[in-house]
Ligand binder design. Sequence first.
Ligand code: FPP
Ligand code: MG
Ligand code: MG
Length: 337
Amino acid sequence: PTFAGLEMGTESFSADIAEALGKVEDLILSELTSGDDLLTPAVTHLAKAGGKRFRPLFAVLSAHFGPDPYSDDVITAAAVVELIHLATLYHDDVMDEATMRRGAQSANARWGNSVAILAGDFLFSRASRLVSTLGPESVRIVAETLAALVTGQMRETVGAGAEQDPVDHYLRTVWEKTGSLIAASGRFGSRASGAGADDVDRLSRIGDAVGVAFQVSDDIIDISSASGESGKTPGTDLREGVHTLPVLYALRDEGSEATRLRELLVAEDGSPRALGEDDAAVAEALALLTESEGLAMTRKTLQTYADRATDELAGLPEGPAHTAMSSLVRYTIERIG
Ligand code: FPP
Ligand code: MG
Ligand code: MG
């Protein structure tokens, strides 16, 4: 039995997870439509546009390592992390001046920056209201997580300093922007079902590692997804001037390939150069990167994070949730093809 492409152990477990995620969806939408009607179109826009609901899934799976996985608190916890995620996407699209999100027009493109920022704020306010029902420790965890998200976004915005290793800067930013909220999802889900402190910490560490692994695998897909199987167009990051991990590793190399990559991808002042519509440059950079040591090192980094998650998972009890979590960790490796 599978759910969202994951191996689930048993048919009934798969159905339980689907049912829980259905409740999470209902709660998210009822929270988002519980304010003034004038808010509804903008604040429900991203939730309705789709998305993998990866964080709620991680929270609900984590809950199955505690004694009370069917408690209402688990649904609340899962809705909170998705609302926070969606809120950050509204703000991220403003900062990135993105026009599309999840195959739909971004909120900022459709209604302008003011509405998009306010919509994100409304999602934060609903997440805050919901999390208050889980008690002060949960409120504290959310506060710390938001601080990490903001710090990561700030770190990305400011960029690596001259004396800082760009790879370290990257990995730290990714942990703050992505790992922290997935870690919080594991922590929240397991706490809400009454799991013991050691298991809660373990699920949080698994969330850290899976979050970073996911981002690193995305970076690899942007370079090597020739098949288009992932639904993504290779080279998007290069066109946008985003230096992903394979690029950062490759630019550290010596040799003629690295020199050529620097010419293509780095501007005079050392900042990333966006290749935009320059298809020839994109093709050349992709070819150089595909053969590069940088890509090989990125694969190794991905494996390191996946192994870290697997090692932590080994300390948790066997069962359908364990099967599903292992499948999820494997997926971060297998999705790169
Ligand atoms: C997407 O990154 C963005 C994030 C994962 C987090 C962004 C965090 C913030 C905007 C902080 C806001 C928080 C508060 C409390 C105001 P991306 O742009 O790399 O990815 P994308 O391709 O999905 O746009
Ligand atoms: Mg963005
Ligand atoms: Mg961004």
